[in-house]
Design a protein around this ligand. Structure first.
Ligand SMILES: [Zn+2]
Length: 130
């Protein structure tokens, strides 16, 4: 049990310094929706640490952002990565692209099909894809 009091703003700053990219990705309405959906899913992850969460229908998977960025945690399995549907268009298509989108203390990983990537890249510049 963690009884330490941690300033929530500090956690947000921590997340921002670990993943400063793609803050504008939520300007795409469908990406924004996928992010909000991911954040609305229940999780038993700690709320006093910056997190990486998967978007996506089936998944409520969560990792500590620090561990993922510094390679101390396994990311998702190939099965999870290529799991249809696409998080953005919800089409029954294997996603091939991954976009990390900051949302406060959490970064949401959105998996997208090739068509969605083309559409998002046409709308927004300077996105960092994985
Ligand atoms: Zn798509």
């Amino acid at each position: 049990m963690d009884r330490e009091t941690i300033d929530p703003l500090e956690i947000i700053e921590q997340a921002e310094s670990l993943w400063p990219h793609n803050t504008h990705a939520v300007e795409d309405p469908a990406v924004s929706e996928a992010v909000q959906y991911a954040l609305s899913k229940p999780t038993d992850a700690p709320n006093n640490v910056a997190l990486l969460r998967r978007a996506g229908k089936h998944s409520s998977r969560v990792r500590r952002l620090f561990d993922v960025v510094f390679g101390k945690a396994m990311l998702w399995s190939d099965f999870d990565f290529f799991e249809a549907p696409c998080d953005r268009c919800l089409g029954d298509i294997q996603p091939q692209h991954s976009l990390w989108v900051p949302a406060g203390a959490t970064v949401v990983e959105v998996h997208m099909c090739a068509d969605c990537r083309v559409q998002v890249d046409a709308l927004l510049t300077d996105l960092v894809w994985d």
